[in-house]
Structure formats: C-alpha cells, structure tokens
Design a protein around this ligand. Structure first.
Ligand code: TYM
Length: 328
C-alpha cells in the first residue's frame, strides 16, 4: 500500500491555504493510502521562544486536524517530539546535506529576510534536514503538500539518494503530490505572496476559525486588479485569479469556466466568501466540540505516537546499521 506522510507546524492558527493546499488532501488520502501526519513542534521551535506556547498550539492543531476529517482510527496523527527518532535521524541528515544546498532554500531566504532584526536560529537554516528525516523515517512514497514545499521534498530526495549511495539502499525516494486547485493560495491583500501565518496583515489571511462575517468582509475587501474584466490569468490578474482558484477549490468547477460566469468583481468576491463560509462551517463546529475534551485529544495523540514510533524506530535502526554505528 502506498505510504503517505505530511506534516504541519503548530505556529498559530491554521489558514485556508493550509486547508486547500494540504489538509483536505490528507483527509481524502487516508482512505486510499497508509497515512502518517505529524504536528511538527520541533520545527516550530526554529521561530518560537515564548514559554508555554508550542504545547498549547500543538493541542489546538490536533483538534483542527481531527475536525477537518482525519480519523485517528485510520490515519496516524502524532506530535513530532513524541517520536524522538526524528531528532536522531535529523542530525544524520544534517551530516548528509551540504551548507551550499541549504543556502539555496527559498524558504530560509524568505524567513530569515523577514526576521532581519530578529533572532535567526541555526535551526531555521538546517530545517530542511529535519524535514527530510520526517519524510524518510516512514518509507514515504508520497508527500501531499502545497506548492511552497516542493523544494523541501526535492532536497529530501537528494539527501536520500546521497545517503543510499554512501551506505546502501536504506531510504525510499519520496515524491511531492499537489492538488489541482488550491496548491498556492495567495494573500487576499497581496496576491503576489502566498497566504501565510507570517504575512504582514490579518486582512489577507482567512483563518479556519474566522467568524462568517469576518470571512465575508475579508473577501469583499480583497485586492483586485486595475481593470474590470474577470479572467483567469495568474500573471496579469493575480487578485482575480486567486479568488477564482479559491472558488474553484470550493465548488470543483474549473477557474476558467467560473471566470466566464462573472462580468463584475463584486459578485465574485461575495460568492467566494460565501462558498468558503459554507466549507468551513462544519469544521468550526467539530473543532469547538473536540476542544471541550483535551484529555481525549492527548490520548489520541499518544496512540498516534505509539504507531509512528514502531515504524520510525525500524527505519532508524536500518540507517544506523548501514552506517555501521556501534549498537547500544
Ligand atoms: P506549514 O506548516 O507552513 O504548512 C502546512 C501545509 O500547508 C501548505 N500551505 C499552503 N498551501 C497552499 N497555499 C498556501 N498559501 C499555503 N501555505 C501553506 C504547505 O505546503 C504544507 O503542506 N515545512 C512544512 C512542515 C513540514 C513537513 C514535513 C511537510 C515539516 N516536516 C514533512 C511535509 C513533510 C511547513 O512549514 O508547512
């Protein structure tokens, strides 16, 4: 059976880009494939230094993952730091990737530039090595992610190939899998940048827990393009194309076909806002229900970590044996 793995960082609220670009596909994938999904708290430490925050965010994120439809009896949902094999293999991967390769990662360049006057941790730089460990520990065939993670999956393949070449055939080579619509949801206020938790304004970001009135307001105020023609063209009309793509992800109709049904921007904005509100309504209700029993959420995560550890420990043992490290 095809093995899929993908992860998300517990760094603030989950947004529409996360959902359309990744989570929705995880939910579909769990019934067709052997699915592993990690809440990557160690990755979040690269930019988190306030005490008490990461644990609470991890629990809230777990509630959101179950609310969108991941079934703890079907998919393996776990917290990364509960499976310590990630840290050990992460270090081995750091020793398998070069400084030059890590220097070329666009996510590092973007994030370190945004933190210009802030602390830029070494972990932010070596982040892709830990991500490679996440993926390789589970003999992953497919990694369902948004477009922004393509480069990280590619470097994981390069690292796996290099390790296999040096030490023998240890790792499965993964490939990135992206949705047709929603792989790159853009900021509503700046449609040339991806929708992101770290983006400048909240007005451009649709949080999964935003109230319907807030969602509608954000769509009505979305930045559109200078002329008035409704056309799907990412280069020339990034604002309108982003709305069409979000509406397409909600309705299943192609963005080009949707463009033909509108002559003005206003109704497109309202329809997209309303489609998103309906998409999120049941998820929000389930989330609030799940958050009433935190003990149960933690016990589901413990169960997930147990299942993940079994697979991860076997792969790590294969890797250390291949290198020829002294057994404990
Ligand atoms: P993260 O936490 O930033 O995002 C989680 C998932 O959401 C997708 N995504 C988007 N998709 C479409 N449009 C957007 N605007 C948008 N923003 C985010 C991301 O592509 C991702 O799939 N490095 C990863 C976490 C990670 C990981 C892994 C992923 C750590 N280890 C192993 C896959 C496999 C990250 O920061 O995702």
């Amino acid at each position: 059976m095809t093995r899929v793995l993908s992860c998300i960082q517990p760094t603030g609220d989950v947004h529409l880009g996360n959902y359309l670009g990744a989570l929705r596909n995880w939910v579909i994938g769990q019934h067709e494939k052997d699915a592993f999904h990690g809440i990557v708290d160690l990755h979040a430490l690269t930019i988190t230094d306030t005490p008490g925050v990461v644990g609470r965010s991890s629990l809230e994120l777990a509630a959101m993952l179950f609310a969108v439809g991941l079934d703890p009896d079907v998919a393996t949902v776990f917290v990364q730091s509960h499976v310590t094999e990630h840290s050990v293999l992460g270090w081995m991967m750091e020793c398998t990737v070069s400084f030059g390769e890590l220097s070329r990662m666009t996510q590092f360049k973007d994030k370190s530039a945004k933190r210009e006057h802030d602390f830029v941790s070494a972990g932010l730089f070596t982040y892709p090595a830990l991500q490679a460990a996440d993926i390789l520990l589970y003999d992953t065939d497919e990694v369902p992610v948004g477009e922004d993670q393509r480069q990280h999956v590619e470097i994981t393949r390069d690292i796996a190939l290099r390790f296999n070449h040096r030490f023998g055939d240890v790792f499965v080579l993964p490939k990135a899998v992206m949705p047709k619509a929603g792989a790159r949801v853009m900021d509503l206020q700046d449609p040339t940048s991806k929708m992101s938790k770290s983006s400048g304004s909240d007005a451009g970001l649709i949080n999964m827990l935003d109230e319907p009135s807030v969602i509608l307001k954000k769509f009505k105020r979305a930045v559109t393009d200078s002329d008035t023609e409704v056309l799907f063209d990412r280069e020339q009309k990034p604002g309108i194309s982003n709305l069409l793509e979000i509406l397409s992800a909600c309705t299943g109709e192609a963005p080009e076909a949707l463009a033909g049904t509108y002559t003005q921007y206003g109704p497109l904005k309202t329809d997209t806002g309303e489609a998103v509100i309906e998409l999120l309504r049941p998820i929000q209700a389930r989330y609030h229900e799940l958050m009433t029993d935190r003990g149960e959420l933690q016990s589901l995560l413990r169960k997930g970590a147990g299942k993940a550890r079994t697979v991860a420990a076997a792969t790590l043992a294969r890797a250390t044996t291949a290198v020829g490290m002294l057994p404990a």
